[in-house]
Design a protein around this ligand. Structure first.
Ligand code: AMP
Length: 200
């Protein structure tokens, strides 16, 4: 878990490399549904574009289906899920959570990071115009997420503090939470993530 723009997706890629477990990103699944125009995409669109959370029952249904895939049988890395206590409770019924990594970044830094964020639609790689520029040859194809505007970021931060942050305590009480300082460089945060994964 992490506020938007804290490096959740970037560090998730690193954990996938370290563990070989597939990444299950509810944000990515919803964005694919949106671009394919499926029923799920139509349902999720307004929530996502305004920075609000998609209803719990939609997300839980999505996760239930995803975990039935053969590649999920040896465990997965959830990215951006669960995001509410209700989702965490539903997850407890479905499978066992071994560790929760929380990447902590103060709000002031988040807005700067998000506005400069760019994504490569071909590989899904994430860059930042200043902090992590993409190679010259792919610059032309980079896109900005529709929800990476200042107004939407404020609403996503609000959702994070109200609905997701309490989950930190919830997992902390269960002895599953590892908190990481996310204010350093991608490499520095990556080193902290690596040592957290190695303790699991
Ligand atoms: P993300 O890529 O993880 O930042 O997710 C982008 C957007 O998708 C969020 O702002 C929410 O609108 C929606 N979303 C992703 N994951 C969840 C979730 N677990 N619960 C509710 N909404 C979600």
């Amino acid at each position: 878990m992490a506020p938007p723009g804290a490096g959740k997706g970037t560090q998730a890629t690193k954990i996938v490399e370290l563990t070989g477990k597939p990444q299950v990103s509810t944000g990515d699944m919803l964005r694919s549904a949106l671009s394919e125009g499926t029923e799920l995409g139509v349902e999720a669109k307004a929530f996502m574009e305004s920075g609000k959370l998609v209803p719990d029952e939609v997300i839980i249904g999505l996760i239930r289906e995803r975990l039935k895939q053969p590649d999920a049988s040896n465990g997965v890395l959830f990215d951006g899920f669960p995001r509410t206590i209700l989702q965490a409770e539903a997850l407890e019924e479905i499978t066992k959570v071994s560790t929760v990594i929380s990447i902590e970044v103060p709000d002031d830094e988040i807005v700067n990071r998000i506005i400069g964020r760019r994504m490569d639609p071909v590989t899904g790689d994430i860059f930042h115009v200043t902090f992590n520029p993409a190679p010259e040859e792919i610059q032309d194809r980079l896109v900005q997420r529709k929800d990476d505007t200042e107004e939407t970021v404020r609403s996503r931060l609000d959702a994070y503090h109200k609905q997701t942050k309490p989950l930190g305590n919830w997992y902390g009480e269960r002895g599953l939470l590892i908190s990481i300082d996310g204010t350093g460089s991608i490499l520095e945060v990556g080193a902290l993530v690596t040592s957290a994964v190695n303790t699991v």
